[in-house]
Ligand binder design. Structure first.
Ligand code: ZN
Ligand code: ZN
Length: 244
């Protein structure tokens, strides 16, 4: 959906009594919400107990997901599993159907996630995973930036939406293996000159954590530009290879 279509869509959002943007049911009628209460209640939350660092449900002592994170990543949190009919429907309504305002409702759920105390104390800014400029023009907006802007109001920290750029288009990641995903995004992100990151704890924001390849590549770029520590927050999380 291009910018014009996204604008038409956001105007329609304001005018019409609406059905749920994810399931098409009438549950959201009568409220300002785009996603109905039935969908929210069916969201497949990540179960407890969780790894204190990466937030992945944990069965033993060793955490395979943590082993794949760069050492400067402090913590990762996500709201729910993807793919899943409801969770994927919500992400799709934001990302592919252009319901930008769904980000605000997703951010409410992301804001309720529990973090280690030091992350809450130190987090200096939210940085969304950027889209390449061409992709962002096609879509009309960056879904990760919309989530960061929603989350900013709850956390009371700034969202730095323009310090990280994606300077080459990358192949869509969907069909790639984890190793291919890492190679695909390696070096794809750049920090703008003059960004003041030195010593900061930055929280990267994305819609979905799949293998972490994209987030890790963003984190590396920020770390190499002076950020001291990174955390990640996403709405959806894919099952790691081991829990399939
Ligand atoms: Zn619904
Ligand atoms: Zn872990």
């Amino acid at each position: 959906m291009g910018r014009g279509a996204a604008l038409v869509r956001s105007t329609i959002e304001l005018l019409l009594p609406r059905s749920c943007a994810a399931c098409g049911g009438a549950g959201a009628n009568g409220t300002d919400d785009l996603i109905c209460g039935v969908c929210w209640s069916r969201l497949p939350a990540l179960q407890h107990p969780q790894c204190p660092r990466c937030g992945h449900p944990q069965r033993g002592d060793a955490c395979a997901l943590c082993a794949a994170l760069p050492p400067f990543v402090r913590a990762v949190r996500s709201v729910c599993w993807v793919p899943h009919p409801v969770a994927s429907g919500i992400v799709g309504s934001l990302k592919y159907d252009g319901w930008q305002a769904v980000a605000r409702e997703m951010a409410v759920r992301m804001a309720r996630l529990h973090w280690p105390a030091d992350v809450v104390r130190e987090r200096a800014a939210l940085v969304p995973v950027p889209l390449h400029a061409t992709r962002e023009r096609e879509r009309g907006f960056n879904q990760a930036a919309a989530l960061a802007q929603g989350l900013r109001e709850h956390w009371r920290v700034p969202a730095w939406t323009d310090i990280l750029t994606r300077h080459r288009t990358t192949e869509t990641q969907t069909r790639l293996t984890p190793a291919e995903r890492s190679a695909n995004v390696h070096g794809a992100f750049r920090v703008r000159d003059g960004a003041r990151l030195h010593g900061q704890h930055i929280v990267l924001v994305d819609d979905v954590f799949t293998t972490g390849a994209t987030l890790n590549a963003c984190a590396k770029a920020l770390f190499d530009s002076g950020a001291r520590i990174l955390s990640y927050v996403t709405f959806g999380r894919a099952h790691a290879g081991a829990d399939r």
